[in-house]
Ligand binder design. Structure first.
Ligand code: C5P
Length: 232
């Protein structure tokens, strides 16, 4: 399971997203649909991209009371997505409820991944705004362990946190990692970045790559470069 490149399809609407994906004729990349595209186009965009043969990671980061998350996950599961996520800070009870809601009548379900601490949250902010007085790395590992104990499949984290997560949760617990840039590419607004090759060395199971592919002159070539650096 795992070791794949997921393209973050951060487009404002259906036309741009489908136009982008239509460039891929020989391969059908794994695609991440985030809040922007989902809120603009609704479930239909998921059905359309699935119909075209792509796997879909629906990145909606649910966080609510367990009953609401359970029912919402059941709706998302019916869309036949391959991976969904939620915030581990919603508690183990919420994560267990999510898993129940996600499991289909035949026992199958999409992978369920937890966001630990967003990579945009600094240790300083976590202390001052969230009143969490522990080192960030410890919080990430603890949230990952909570996700594992709830029965989840893995976490979203920085590639730089993959090793730590695997050491406390085991190698088969998935790490899905954004913040990836080519060695000769633009960093943009990301701060802690690694190359696909480095993410592979650090043990990432899936890398999530947006602009290095979507904004490239030749997105298909950029995607194939990513796949070869990450998986070869
Ligand atoms: O364009 P770029 O490669 O920076 O895109 C990264 C994707 O991963 C975006 O969709 C971003 O929202 C998402 N993401 C992230 N950092 C996180 C969680 C998600 O960059 N901690």
């Amino acid at each position: 399971m795992g070791k794949d490149v997921i393209i973050a399809c951060d487009f404002a609407g259906k036309a741009q997203a489908l136009d982008f994906l239509s460039r891929f004729t020989d391969t059908k990349p794994y695609v991440k649909i985030g809040m922007e595209l989902f809120y603009a186009e609704g479930p239909e965009i998921v059905r359309e991209i699935k119909k075209r043969g792509h796997k879909v990671f629906l990145d909606l980061k649910l966080h609510d009371i367990p009953n609401t998350v359970k029912k919402s996950m059941s709706v998302l599961s019916a869309l036949d997505v391959d991976m969904v996520n939620l915030h581990a800070s919603g508690t183990v009870a919420m994560m267990q409820a999510a898993l129940e809601g996600l499991t289909r009548a035949d026992g199958t379900r999409p992978l369920l991944i937890a966001v630990t601490q967003l990579t945009s949250t600094s240790e300083e902010r976590m202390k001052s705004d969230l009143l969490i007085n522990q080192p960030l790395e410890k919080v990430v590992s603890h949230y990952a362990l909570c996700a594992k104990s709830a029965g989840l499949d893995g976490v979203v984290c920085s590639p730089l946190e993959s090793e730590g997560v695997h050491s406390v949760c085991g190698k088969s617990f998935l790490t899905v990692t954004p913040g990836v840039r080519f060695a000769d590419g633009n960093i943009g607004d990301q701060v802690r970045v690694t190359t696909p090759q480095k993410a592979k060395e650090l043990g990432s199971d899936y890398i999530v790559v947006g602009r290095p592919i979507t904004a490239a002159d030749d997105p298909v070539a950029a995607y194939l470069r990513c796949v070869s650096e990450f998986t070869d």
